[in-house]
Design a protein around this ligand. Sequence first.
Ligand SMILES: O=C(O)CCC(=O)C(=O)O
Ligand SMILES: [Fe+2]
Length: 319
Amino acid sequence: MQDLSTIKEHFDEHGYAVVEGVLDDAIIADLEADYLDLINRHAPQWLAEGRIPELFEDLPLYERFGTIVSYLDELEYRWFDIAFPQAKTPTNKLPNFSRPVFDLLTHPNVLNYIEALIGGEILANPIHHIRIKPQETILKAEKPNGLTKATGWHQDQGVAREVADDTDMITAWIAISDATVENGCLSVVPGSHKTGLTTHCMTNGVTIPDALIDEANVLPIPIKRGGILFMHRRTQHSSTPNKSNSIRWSFDLRYQPTGQPTGRDEFPSFVVRSRSNPDNITVDYEQWVDLWKQTESWMLAQEQFEKSHRWDGDAEVCA
Ligand SMILES: O=C(O)CCC(=O)C(=O)O
Ligand SMILES: [Fe+2]
């Protein structure tokens, strides 16, 4: 493990920290097998519905993921994600609440770094996603899911509700494939976490206009498979389109001190580490799935949802 106090110092000063080699091959292999299984379960249906032209069974794993995802629209990609879409109409598509995903969320190696950053009372915040970003040249879906494309500038605090403004939420952006400049790794503006919440507009999602980004200081963050970029909730970040010839695959998870609002309180959060009361770790895999199923029932009964962010796009800078 890299020296925790150096990592915390860097994080506090610059608003991010990169740690390579956090996850070993075993958990990554479990996630790969899990997503292969997901594809094998759904591909025949996608083929029957004419969404994909064939099963692509002969392709190497990542090429197959990318090729299939490139055909899928916003709604079908929801099978891959690991949470419901925020405050949008739910569908009968349950996200991938699998055991390997739970094992990732609760992985001790990840939590050790989170503990170094925010202390030993840790809650898994339910704002989390998987992003399989195929190379731009093969994207065919008319309405692709935003999780399969480049991401505009934003702060994660800006895409949560105001109620969580003071929550010390940390984003853990986990590379499953190597993330490179060419395939659209993340970029950050170091130090931007110290300048408060920036105005977000409603342009291509909830994004900060380029005019408010200190472009001279933008820093791309390539990360190898198994490495993690930790970000402060106010660190400005974005990602570019995938210009390579393979997929960029990542998870972004969020953690925070227990007892603070998550900003998505209709989704289940759960304690993943408690140094003061280890007996407080009560949610196991089956219970976690149950919590999400209860959320689904609740969502299906709603006519409308509270907005998941505070912006209306009316600020002068958005014009
Ligand atoms: O992976 C991306 O393109 C964006 C990720 C992101 O915004 C995040 O992890 O908070
Ligand atoms: Fe983000």
